[in-house]
Design a protein around this ligand. Structure first.
Ligand SMILES: [Zn+2]
Length: 308
């Protein structure tokens, strides 16, 4: 090769190093209740991910965190899609140091949810219509936990497992509920998790490794445990008979975090199992299929590497 060719190759290498933009990987079709996962194989920079609607209004956001898997190293950010979102096109905005680094569109489909009528007895009517300020302060406290994204690295990508193997679903994520009170009045709400019925005292496992960020008694949800799985990603367990873990404890997916009960506002022994991503409750069923870090996305990235 002539010296000029070396110079040209050097110049090409230099420009590709200077102007190479990181590639952000994500899927583009979602149902309401799904989790949007964005991956980037860039280990040096930290970015934030935001979702906006067609009017450019903020819907949700989360931080990127270091992700170290066997077949993928880089960063990930997860955003939950509320079950009440309007179907349509939304925009993902990836920012670095407050400046827009990349944008992309996703489509959210109008998947439907079940309708449920639930008759409450006198005690549960009293609980649900109570104006006790402690109920409000407990809600504020726990939502502050759900909205917290603490930065830490995540390694390994075990799949999410169901917390009770032999349970029966009695209520689903996103159910449009109508609570009927003893006085004949009623009020609506949307179910933020899945209810699983099983014998009283059945052991409940964490489902994924993490750290206990709440274990205690709450008026509405009874004995409750919250586990931080990933930055801004929480597993939530309500109505326990007893909790078996303490604040700050590290758990594996198999750790028994409590036993099934009917504490708090419950019409019978069941586990209310919920997963929150950046403050938003999402469909645990879709995460059981995809994994907390979307496995199909990882596979398609690995395939694109080998295709090059
Ligand atoms: Zn529930």
């Amino acid at each position: 090769m002539k010296p000029l060719h070396y110079l040209l190759i050097f110049f090409l290498l230099l420009t590709s190093l200077l102007f190479a933009e990181p590639t952000f990987y994500y899927n583009s079709n979602f149902d309401r209740g799904d989790v949007v996962t964005v991956l980037v194989s860039d280990t040096n920079e930290y970015h934030t991910l935001e979702l906006v609607n067609s009017f450019n209004e903020h819907i949700a956001s989360n931080i990127f965190f270091p992700l170290n898997l066997n077949n993928f190293k880089g960063q990930a950010a997860l955003i939950g899609l509320e079950s009440t979102l309007k179907a349509g096109v939304y925009t993902l905005i990836i920012k670095k140091d407050g400046l827009v680094e990349s944008k992309g569109e996703i489509l959210i489909h109008e998947n439907l949810f079940k309708k449920e009528n639930i008759s409450l007895n006198y005690d549960n009517t009293t609980l649900r219509t109570s104006t006790n300020p402690k109920i409000t302060s407990e809600a504020v406290f726990i939502h502050e936990i759900y909205g917290t994204s603490r930065l830490f690295s995540v390694s390994g990508n075990k799949s999410l497992t169901i917390p009770i193997k032999q349970g029966i679903y009695t209520s689903w994520y996103g159910d449009r509920r109508n609570f009927i009170y003893t006085n004949g009045e009623s009020s609506g709400s949307i179910h933020s998790g899945i209810d699983i019925a099983a014998p009283f005292g059945t052991k409940i496992s964490a489902g994924y490794a993490g750290k206990v960020v709440f274990s205690g008694e709450r008026i509405i949800t009874g004995n409750s445990v919250v586990i931080e799985y990933m930055p801004g990603v929480y597993g939530i367990f309500f109505h326990l008979n007893e909790y078996l873990v303490t604040l700050g404890e590290n758990v594996t997916e198999d750790t028994a975090i409590g036993t099934l009960g009917s504490s708090g506002l419950a019409t019978g022994p069941h586990l209310h199992w919920e997963i929150r991503v950046a403050g938003v409750s999402v469909n645990p069923d879709s995460l059981l299929k995809s994994g907390l870090i979307d496995n199909s996305l990882i596979i398609s990235i690995v395939d694109s590497y080998t295709a090059e």
